[in-house]
Design a binder for this molecule. Structure first.
Ligand code: DHB
Length: 511
């Protein structure tokens, strides 16, 4: 090893020396594993080789978190290129250790499908090390993302030695982890992260991925507050019970949202511009599609939460498929060949069943229902520190500094905290915030964006505005990506559900 380094240094100078040293330290050892197994919910036993505690950078700052685990099933899928599921367990923008697979989530399922699984740890808002007697916060943004990108690079760097194909990496995460997954999908090979990754000693290879699976991504953080208030403002004096001060903040934030929506320049599937004026109709399409699917699957949807059903429309008009209903007769049966209109983009299911179907939605009523199930966040929902309360949110913490001081990440909240209407984020904070927003990298050629996306946000998930996943999915569709997007019925803030659907989708992308 030493001789090799000297030789390399003599031959090609110090750059080559660094990369040779790094090269060896990042080499995967195929013999260094233990055997493990999982019992799946159906009783099947899945056995695999477990390669655990692998450092994915050479300049390790935080040895607790900067490691990854790789799991290789004994029965690898019998296909030419085997996918690798890279599952992050980041939650709340906190640090996450490299975990073991679980029979109840996508990791166990992936192993049972014969896919390789990688579970990286990553630094986050609460990870610290002690240096020269001081506590250093190691995981301030964008360090957690850099760690995950380094993990992707490790897989690609060792593609020849690790079973599975690094050209078929599927990232998967929920909530802040969903945000990380969306960032991994959106920022492939972007030069914005290159220098930091080099300093960390990440492998010097590409970090784009094949697919991103994002459950309820808590992202677009610098617009999430206005998106929340613009959507949920209708509940302020009702179910949300805001104080007068809170209503002032809510209204100020909501007022900023239309300009943001219009600035995105997004288009609907029919090619027309998506604007603040038609946005709510567009959003309703996704919720109505969700309700359609739920009805098809046999769910009952109460009459009281805003959806309008076929009968509602028929009865007052007195007109059914066969024309007006004669007095005293029953209304005609459904399932008579008429189909519900197709709502939402993509392939909304065509409804042709003997049951009701949804014809409309009172959005304000539905939003009040969502707010009644789980109390809404108070404004500002994300950059909250110093506006009406002092408590930092998870996002204030992750945008904090190395000493552990939380920080604002929007001009809006900074101005309120400092009582200075001209205050502005520092250039460094603006840069960090931009690095954490996948919307900045889609559709402008600045990164290699994953070609495949699976995005889910529960239809009763209030942790962020529906606008966040809807804008992300729409921007990706506009950029020509293969996007499977839905707001699944009755789902709260959660992830890795409906694994049959997810793994059908995964299979469809690798055909
Ligand atoms: C998570 C949830 C939130 O509501 C939030 O603001 C940030 C992170 C999470 O569950 O990861």
């Amino acid at each position: 090893m030493k001789q090799k380094l000297i030789l390399a240094g003599l031959l090609a100078g110090s750059a080559a020396l660094t990369s040779m040293a790094q090269t060896d330290a990042l080499r995967f050892n195929p013999d260094n594993y233990i055997r493990q197994s999982l019992t799946m919910p159906d009783g099947r036993e899945v056995s695999y080789k477990a390669y655990e505690g692998i450092y994915y950078v050479t300049n390790i700052e935080d040895s607790v978190y900067q490691t990854l685990n790789i799991y290789v099933p004994d029965r690898l899928a019998n296909i030419p290129r085997v996918p690798v599921l890279l599952r992050t367990y980041v939650g709340g923008y906190a640090a996450s250790t490299a975990k073991s697979p679980s029979a109840s989530d996508a990791t166990g399922r992936a192993l049972s499908e014969g896919y390789v699984v990688c579970i990286p740890g990553s630094r986050g808002s609460n990870s610290t090390v002690e240096r020269d007697g001081s506590v250093i916060y190691t995981g301030i943004a964008p360090n957690g993302l850099l760690d995950l990108k380094a993990a992707v690079r490790y897989l690609r760097y060792n593609d020849d030695a690790i079973p599975g194909s690094s050209e078929l990496i599927f990232t998967d995460g929920t909530s802040a982890g969903g945000a990380m997954s969306s960032l991994l999908g959106a920022t492939g090979n972007s030069k914005d992260y290159a220098e930091s990754l080099r300093k960390m000693g990440a492998a010097d290879v590409r970090d784009d991925v094949f697919a991103a699976i994002c459950y309820c991504p808590i992202t677009d953080l610098n617009h999430a507050d206005m998106e929340y208030e613009w959507l949920y403002g209708c509940t302020n004096t009702g179910v949300r019970h805001l104080s007068e001060d809170q209503i002032v903040i809510s209204d100020e934030l909501a007022a900023e949202c239309p300009a943001y929506i219009n600035s995105l320049g997004l288009t609907k599937p029919d090619g027309t511009l998506l604007t603040a004026d038609n946005y709510k109709e567009y959003l309703k399409g996704f919720l109505i599609e969700s309700a359609h699917r739920a009805l098809q699957e046999g769910c009952e949807i109460p009459d009281s939460i805003g959806f309008k059903f076929y009968q509602d429309k028929m009865e007052p008009m007195g007109a059914g498929p066969g024309g007006p209903i004669p007095a005293g007769e029953q209304r005609p049966p459904f399932g008579d060949g008429r189909q519900a209109p197709s709502f939402g983009p993509g392939n909304a299911p065509r409804f042709n069943k003997t049951s009701d179907f949804v014809t409309g939605l009172d959005l304000d009523k539905y939003l009040a229902y969502v707010a009644s199930v789980t109390p809404l966040k108070t404004p500002p929902a994300f950059d909250q520190m110093g506006v009406l309360i002092e408590t930092p949110s998870p996002e204030n913490k992750v945008f904090g500094n190395k000493n552990g001081d939380a920080a604002n990440f929007t001009d809006f909240s900074l101005r309120h905290r400092l009582h200075d209407s001209k205050a502005k984020l520092s250039a460094d904070m603006t840069r960090r915030v931009a690095l954490m927003n996948p919307m900045n990298y889609i559709g402008n050629g600045s990164a290699k964006v994953a070609p495949n996306w699976y995005i889910r946000h529960g239809a009763k998930d209030r942790d962020t505005s529906f606008l966040v996943p809807v804008n992300l999915a729409t921007k990706l569709m506009n950029a020509g990506k293969n996007v499977d997007f839905a707001l699944p019925w009755n789902r709260p803030h959660s992830g890795d559900y409906n694994l049959d659907d997810l793994f059908r989708w995964i299979a469809s992308t690798i055909q």
